[in-house]
Design a protein around this ligand. Sequence first.
Ligand code: NAD
Length: 486
Amino acid sequence: MEKTKKRDGFKHSVAVAYGDGIGPEITQAVLNILHAAEVPLQFEEVVLGERLYLAGHSSGIDDGAWEIIRRNKVLLKGPITTPRGGGYKSLNVTMRKALGLYSNIRPCVSYAPYVATKHPNMDVVVIRENEEDVYAGIEHRQTDEVVQCLKLITRPGCERIIRFAFEYARVYGRKKVSCFVKDNIMKQTDGLFYQVFQEIAAEYPQIESTNFIVDIGIARLADSPSDFDVIVLPNLYGDIVSDVTAQLSGSVGLAGSGNVGDHGALFEAIHGSAPDIAGRDLANPSGLLQAAVQMLQYLQLPTYADRIFQAWAYTLEEGYHTADIFEKNTSVMQVGTQAFAQRVIANLGKRSSKFKLAKAKSGESLQLKPYIRKEPARKLLRGVDLFLDWRGVDPNELAERVAHVHPSLELTMITNRGVKVWPGRFEETFCTDHWRCRLEAKAGEVDRLDVPAAVQQAILAGCEVIKTENLYEFDGVKGYSLGQGQ
Ligand code: NAD
């Protein structure tokens, strides 16, 4: 056992939220196993979720809960029910962003032949960026017909998650890191993620790096997961891919996840609160137990992590299975949540004949560098995109109104949903009430005061300007997408 216990016998204090639905059952089962294994942790309960949502806290958390979590720095969390209807924010997204938990690590492993799966050799770790992308939650309705969501991808965000993925691969002895993006379409946002991936991959020549357009990447993963090792992705793709990957391994009830940042971590099962089976002692506590095992590794308690993992894997091998993974051919006995936990406890000290807990190489730990801001690029203002709410149909009419809003700016194109409709519109192109008029400097750089002057003139010409986006060049490279031609 680890030797570094505090004098009071506990090495760390951990906040525990029992959660909603099946949360209390699986959390109690997991805590029973942790207590039986005599982990040197003390647990402080924190109330989160449905009860707080219904008491009027729109994010499902109150000041007292924040205080307990921030003081403990580590949270083991049962799943939370997000009430239906407007006005409620996702507690998970709120906590990940507020606590800076930028990486989400989901190991997905097949436990064949003991758990039925179509992919018996699968061992994939999905590392998902956890704070950015469309999850920034910046959305606006701009016209009668159009709403928008801002997708924010940042260099520090990319550097941190991609370095984390390569460091994870190095420390856990993984051979390959794959990046999934859609940079053929989103050349700026996904383009930045892939550019940083290439930069950081070059620092790890001993680790193979591959990249896929996300759609074909997911298709290949679903077909042949054993071709993949570590996968790193921006937030939205990571959310989708990690659920697909967990399901491929056999059951959503099996996988745990760690949300890790520079100042703390949150560990939880990947599944939700399963209200359909809540209170019936049917739920599989394995996902939350896997999360707890990850937590013990994070807390530098590898011997405890291994002992619990081995007892759990031995229990699966014995054929004591909860309903979600029970199969006549592979199972010996169907057990409830608490009986499964009791069996794991009885098996503490036993070892699986087949499965090993993925461990960091001896003496190795993730070497995560602080982000260092680069020297600023030479940034030149080259023009502005004016976005207009307009119910007309003929882009020539709009062009006449906008073409002369400023003597130093030239109207170079009009697009509708990103498709160029001026000059030259195809009859087939469908147009909404949301138009983008690109104004570019006739020569050199645009004076910043020309932009509000152009907006004012456009308004006086009868245009409803709903927003503007400045067009910048960085070190001579355009920092904006070109209009999609027809
Ligand atoms: P879910 O994951 O709760 O359930 C999907 C299906 O999987 C259900 O049939 C359920 O019975 C089964 N299942 C899930 N966990 C299981 C387990 N441990 N053992 C056996 N079977 C299990 O997804 P859902 O029904 O879409 O969501 C229910 C609630 O959970 C929603 O309010 C949702 O917002 C919330 N949710 C919370 C989290 C979280 O707290 N991290 C994650 C996802 C969903």
